[in-house]
Write a protein that binds this ligand. Sequence first.
Ligand code: FUL
Length: 717
Amino acid sequence: MRQHDDSRHTHAISRPETILRMKNRFTCLALGCLLHLLAATVAHARVAAPAAHGPTPTENQMRWQEMEYYAFIHFSLNTYTDQSWGFGNEDITLFNPEKLDCRQWARICKESGMKGIILTAKHHSGFCLWPSRYTDYSVKHAPWRGGRGDIVRELSDACREYGLKFGVYLSPWDRNRADYGRPEYIAYFRDQLTELLTDYGPIFEIWFDGAHGGTGYYGGAHETRTIDRATYYDWKNTYALVRRLQPDIVIWNDGGDRADLRWVGTEEGYVGETNWSLLNATGEVPWAMLHFGLETADSWVPAEVNTSIRPEWFYHPAEDERVKTVPQLMDTYYRSIGHNATLLLNFPIMPNGLIHPKDEAAALAFGKAVRESFAVDLAKGAPAQASHVRGGDPTFGADRAVDGDKETYWATDDGVTAASLTVDLGRPTLLNRLLAQEYIRLGQRVRAFTIEAYTDGSWREVARGTTIGYKRIVRFPAVKATKVRLNITDAKSCPVISNLGIYSAPVFLSAPSITRDQSGAVRIAAPDIGPLFFFTLDGSEPTPNSQKYTGPFSADGTVEVRAIAHDPATGRSSPVTRESFGHSKRAWTLVGITDAKAAAVLDGDPSTVWHHGDAQPLPVDLVIDLGAAQPLTGFRYLPDQNRWSSGLITKYELDVSTDAKAWTRVSEGEFSNIKNNPVWQDRRFDRTAARFVRLRALANADGNSRIGYAEIDVITE
Ligand code: FUL
């Protein structure tokens, strides 16, 4: 810390006059001397740094926060069974990642700009990626490397080699263990924790997933087990064990059991724009608190945004075309790291033990886009002025926010909770991003701010926001300005700003969405304002010379549409979107349903949804008549996409028929993680010719009988 260094307060005391001839002159000089001494005394009075306000981060939380960006790795036995969650009875002999190379994982993470990796050492299936002494359900009994492999060891070694920190995910819920739900399991869980936190060097973060109880194998019992979340895991003592074994660790838990970090209430990759790093140490944590934090809370519990580079956490070959694009990942960046959180981005590992080349390419391109976006800080070292400076002391002057030193800051006097910081760029400069950081060691303070740009001789507001915290990055349309002003308009206590950055970042156009309604009309759209769309229907890559989209067009039957968004002003194009449509849905009907709103199930629009009436008891059937028999190889279900979604099916059966009388079961099981991650649920089955499809919902995510659908589709190839 250089902030409190007072060696600069050196001062020379002027020599008094010795000879004075005239009385009035003497009086004048004496008075002057006195004033001079008084002024010197004031100037030499040390201006104290602001006192901390409210909760502040621990050293462990501070180190973690500064990591900003790190990886998740999801790999387990269910990688081999194409499931989101293993049931706990998957056959160990399936586990044989013949090309496994943790150095590939570490290299990709390092080259992408990440600072660490967290591995699913044990996911809900209970299968252990290390040869635990306490179970047979581990790599020790897999064919891989003759049972002598240890992925926790290999990855911790690779992390060390690449200068990355290493963390572990240990699922509290274990669908394999016979004793899950009984006290014995807690002893087992702690034994495993002890192994992981003792045998593999420093662990920066431990992840205790919130999924807790439900159906499972449970040593052959094949039943549903529920536990009391509030008491069963005895987190207090488990946390004490963790901290004893790894004093520098941070503990993640999903909010209910207060740890060092909190979940943000969604796996889609964003946290609230208002984001306080605060929660109360006890009490309920409703969704809004996870997502926005709580301004008045008593503990420092910062947010970590976890999301996957593909829709799902584990590898599913069907998602090879659904790897997130640079614009999507950049949007995630701005809405996680740019919203005062860290970003934990997941790579699913393929059955061969490697990260897929498409995921690698996406992560590296994303890393490059971040580097490019923040390569030149236009504010760094530029003249800066503030409306208020603490005690008039340059130690707390405006320039401390643009000096590139994270330990110095601009601050105002106590009680001043609205103040401005102006950066003079010297000449009209194009810019579209402002980055601000509070010196959070003294607490999170700012409640509201605006950003103004000085263009053509006057100030105009270009953006406004709420919290800042460790880091806030604000996006706004490009503006040419000679000066930029950050106005803190409200704060809990005097603002303490350690960094202000100004950037002209490239804008990455989002890949467009392509939808087709039941009549066969295809629509292309994107969230960005203004781009043109170009598309192809013959499987070739679209370019700005391809057919221009001028409005919905008809393309019924089996067809692949590829499209790009393009901005002629910058010459930039978006990534390509590819959407394959199967048989025409024109002749499809929902059997026995008279509600016209049910058309939403087949309208090709993910944002519309239809629910059966609430009174209907489970199971609830949806029967689709395809109009004619077709060779089916799978079906797809998209649940309600709204934020306050309901009716998400978690257990299902799928039957098909040629006459709606004799039914054949082609698929059954669960949509495991549908609540947290409501993406398309694809299920494949052996080719069967059928005209009728019956989806039977056996349970939903909320434990009631409400059942709904955004979309249903079939797979025919
Ligand atoms: C969720 C789990 O149920 C998912 O499978 C995944 O591990 C994700 C990170 O957390 O709650």
